[in-house]
Write a protein that binds this ligand. Structure first.
Ligand code: 5AD
Ligand code: SF4
Length: 588
């Protein structure tokens, strides 16, 4: 049986009013595996017992309730680097260090999770952990998880079953293997995971990565440890994510976290918490660093990237009213003031005119004219907009609480196309949401035809606990109907994307080279401005940057490619020359 030695339920943020946040942290200090001692070697067991007794007595004198309140309520006093924080009273500085233990990180889900993995790794690296890409030699395995659909969680449960074998084998050999669940699933299920899967040692929610060294130190004593406290202002602004691939041409820069929209189907506001933005100055610092490293593309990242609002300084908070896209509303009281997305985009795009700027994932409600104008005017801001529609039926959109009708969405599409000629559009759609009729589904198919997206992400609806839909609506579309509708959406999307992409055939496009094509060693692959994959033979070409001998394209080069064919997902062509983003404008 597990016991909760210290449970601190319902911590309220002191900084922004007593009822501003309801979140909780739990420090479990139970024996993780009742069968472990009998299987461990006697010396190891003695050692563990000693550590545990010592640890338990120290734990009895701390941490106090005030300790947790202090760390939850005073983020402005956060040190500039995570390792500079004072150790909690029940752990020594040495115990907080990784002592070169090897961590294996595995990422599931969206790009936010990829970024979170880099943040978690940056924190652990500074604490003396080593990273390994070899599962077999890992001392700690951390899974960065996703909860958005049931299938995503099932994948994690299956993975845990495989890891169980590894963990059991390790009991007979050297150091015990520690397993942790990070991110959305840790946040959604909290201690249910520890109860259900006894082999899990550690839980850290998306706002608790700074606490990983402490949690791992607790785990080393044979206890389970968890921190699923959600924050109102954690943005990891001072934690520079570690670029995992040194040859990368592009990087993701997290600019905001969380979501206040509360779409009725979505678990994200519950797993990632309230919307908060990273200060502009720290974003610009990171982008400058990436530019200095020679990176050629930055994607600004957030759950609602264009709802960005930096109100970290009092002087940013003059009551400038918030312009929403025409015909769009919010589920929350309109917010005022702060530095908005157009300001950030303007500043970021000025850092390096040769660096492409993208952003994902936006919400259609936050595309005021100043954002569209900037995208149109600035050469290095890609003319590509993700515009998640979710459904083509106004009735379903209302049930989803998306804050717009089909008509308002279509009007926005027209307005975007007028403002940014040649813009590439992509979208997300959900098939089979609660109460979706055949007629609603036909309207979604017709929206796909009407807009003709270049890229699409299509999903079957998956009911999630805690959401408004779970409490108020009925998941009444049978699974086979959801899947049939999803198939139909995919077919129509592909037909329309092929048509849209074929308009590029015969054009010359600027492509940022990524490397070898996955399918052929004689081909290279890169992305055009619209973020579509472009494949072309690796051939010699003119170099417009340093005229002279012919050159071959390298990752990070901008090249002009004449497009010769197109499918729903890829363009093909032949390379003309190496150039710069600025000079390419004369040719494209
Ligand atoms: N079921 C299916 N798809 C979902 N999405 C979000 N929640 C659900 C759910 N419960 C989709 C939406 C969102 C994308 C990231 O995932 O389309 O835009
Ligand atoms: Fe989920 Fe809606 Fe927020 Fe996107 S905007 S993360 S779909 S609640």
């Amino acid at each position: 049986m597990h016991s909760l030695q210290r449970v601190l339920p319902v911590q309220r943020s002191l900084r922004r009013g007593p009822l501003a946040a309801v979140s909780w942290l739990l420090l479990r200090t139970c024996r993780a595996h009742s069968s472990l001692p009998s299987m461990a070697s006697p010396s190891r067991e003695r050692q563990e017992n000693g550590v545990q007794k010592d640890f338990s007595s120290r734990l009895a004198t701390g941490p106090t309730f005030q300790h947790f309140l202090r760390s939850a309520s005073a983020p402005q006093e956060k040190p500039s680097s995570p390792e500079a924080e004072d150790p909690p009273p029940y752990l020594t500085e040495e115990e907080l260090l990784g002592g070169q233990r090897k961590v294996y990180l595995e990422t599931y889900g969206c790009q936010m999770n990829v970024n979170d993995t880099e943040i978690a790794w940056s924190i652990l690296q500074k604490s003396g952990y080593l990273r390994t890409s070899n599962l077999q030699e890992a001392d700690v395995i951390l899974l960065v998880t996703c909860s958005i659909r049931e299938k995503a969680e099932q994948t994690i449960w299956n993975r845990l079953q495989q890891l169980k074998t590894l963990k059991t084998k390790r009991l007979h050999s050297r150091m015990p293997l520690r397993i942790g669940i990070l991110g959305c699933m840790a946040e959604r299920m909290k201690e249910e995971i520890l109860n259900r899967e006894k082999m899990v040692d550690l839980l850290a929610g998306p706002d608790a990565y700074r606490d990983l060294p402490r949690l791992l130190a607790v785990v080393e004593t044979g206890q389970q440890a968890a921190n699923v406290l959600l924050s109102l202002d954690e943005t990891y602004a001072d934690v520079m994510p570690v670029q995992t691939s040194p040859s990368a041409t592009s990087a993701f820069v997290s600019i905001m976290r969380g979501c206040d929209n509360m779409c009725s189907y979505c678990i994200v506001p519950f797993t990632r918490g309230r919307e908060r933005s990273r200060p502009v100055a720290s974003i610009l610092e990171e982008v400058r660093k990436l530019s200095d490293q020679g990176l050629k593309e930055v994607t600004l990242l957030g759950q609602n990237v264009n709802s960005f609002r930096d109100n970290s300084e009092v002087q940013f908070n003059s009551a400038v009213s918030t312009n929403l896209s025409r015909g769009f509303t919010t589920n929350y009281k309109t917010k005022q003031g702060g530095l908005r997305f157009s300001h950030l985009l303007d500043q970021v795009s000025r850092v390096d005119p040769e660096m492409r700027i993208r952003f994902t994932s936006p919400h259609p409600k936050d595309f005021p004219d100043e954002v569209l104008q900037l995208i149109q005017e600035r050469d290095n801001i890609c003319k590509q907009i993700h515009l998640p529609a979710q459904s083509g039926s106004s009735r379903v959109l209302e049930a989803m609480r998306r804050g717009y009708s089909r008509e308002a969405y279509v009007e926005l599409v027209h307005h975007i196309r007028e403002s940014i000629p040649g813009v590439c559009l992509s979208s997300d759609f959900i098939a089979g949401f609660c109460g979706e009729t055949e007629e609603d589904h036909l309207q979604t198919l017709s929206l796909l035809r009407e807009v003709q997206y270049n890229t699409g992400f299509l999903f079957a609806y998956s009911m999630r606990q805690k959401t408004r839909a779970y409490h108020r609506l009925k998941d009444d579309v049978p699974e086979e109907v959801k899947l049939r509708r999803l198939e139909e959406l995919i077919t129509v999307f592909r037909e329309e994307a092929s048509k849209a992409n074929k308009t590029s055939v015969g054009c010359t496009q600027l492509v940022l080279v990524e490397g070898l094509s996955k399918r052929s060693v004689t081909d290279l692959c890169g992305r055009n401005d619209g973020n579509l994959k472009v494949i072309f033979p690796d051939a010699e070409m003119e170099d417009y940057i340093n005229p002279g001998p012919k050159v071959r394209a390298q990752p990070g080069d901008y090249v002009l490619v004449k497009i010769t064919s197109a499918s729903s997902q890829t363009l093909k062509g032949h390379v003309l020359c190496r150039t710069t983003l600025k000079d390419s404008l004369a040719y494209c």
